[in-house]
Write a protein that binds this ligand. Structure first.
Ligand SMILES: C[S@@+](CC[C@H](N)C(=O)[O-])C[C@H]1O[C@@H](n2cnc3c(N)ncnc32)[C@H](O)[C@@H]1O
Length: 250
């Protein structure tokens, strides 16, 4: 493994990302155009209709050009396994970015309808280009909004996309880390999660979602059954992270 892969702070794109940290929380992008560049790279280099190749090219861009805040290949394998375990028909993801994790979910669950909620319109537009190129745009949908926007997005999911009681099999939380718990509670309040549904949460250690983790600890064995996966922050092997995989016990 190259030194730059192991020690990510040796990469210019990581240093540029550190200076763009404020952008990420306000615009959902790093601020130097790398997300649009990643889409252009994928459309130029990945075979159309080949999901594996599209995902490989996104990883290639993140390793060799500019770091992206996708779930990445290592944590992505944990996500794939959880999706296969749930064998979902309907998936809700929070946090689309460039559409990478939604594409992994669609690959792991070939019959599923995947809905991804994203704060930033520019990210939704990028993700839709990726999904179109990969050939999954007919079953992967980006809904621009947030679960915390006063009911607008939750209502849109219900009225426009058929979310009803007990129909949601899988959730992936990968958006605002401070919103994980409140947004999960909002979805629970709607009754959409079926008993046995799986919820996966990324970045529970870095940047960290401590209240979400405490909640899952407190509910262990009663409402939820959680496994904590020790792993690494995306696209490097130095900084560790936690991914939580929780089964809804009802
Ligand atoms: C870490 S990235 C998601 C990466 C993506 N899941 C992947 O692995 O390919 C976080 C994304 O969440 C979006 N975001 C931030 N706060 C949000 C919120 N409250 N609701 C929905 N999306 C949000 C950001 O704009 C950004 O695109």
């Amino acid at each position: 493994m190259s030194l730059k892969r192991r020690l990510p702070f040796l990469r210019w794109s990581v240093l540029r990302m550190a200076t763009g940290a404020r952008n990420i929380t306000t615009t959902g992008q790093i601020g130097d155009g790398r997300e649009a560049a990643a889409v252009d790279y994928v459309l130029a280099h990945a075979r159309a209709g080949d999901v594996d190749d599209v995902l490989a090219r996104i990883d290639e861009f993140a390793y060799s050009k500019s770091l992206l805040i996708n779930v990445g290949d290592e944590k992505g394998a944990l996500l794939d396994a959880a999706v296969r375990r749930a064998d979902p028909a309907r998936v809700l993801e929070l946090g689309t970015y460039c559409g990478y994790s939604a594409l992994r979910i669609a690959r792991a669950a070939p019959a599923a309808r995947v809905y991804s909620v994203e704060l930033a319109e520019a990210n939704a537009a990028n993700a839709r280009r990726i999904w179109e190129h990969a050939g999954v745009a007919d079953r992967v949908t980006c809904v621009v909004g947030t679960i915390g926007d006063g009911g607008r997005t939750l209502d849109a999911l219900a009225t426009q996309h058929g979310f009803t009681a007990g129909t949601l099999d899988f959730m992936f939380l990968d958006h605002d880390k401070d919103a994980y718990l409140a947004d999960l509670r909002s979805v629970l309040d709607r009754g959409w999660l079926r008993r046995g549904a799986i919820v996966v949460a990324d970045n529970v250690k870095v940047p960290g979602a401590p209240r979400y983790r405490e909640y899952m600890h407190a509910e262990q064995g009663s409402r939820w059954d959680t496994v904590e996966h020790k792993t690494h922050v995306e696209y490097q092997s130095l900084v560790t992270d936690l991914v939580l995989e929780s089964e809804f016990l009802g």
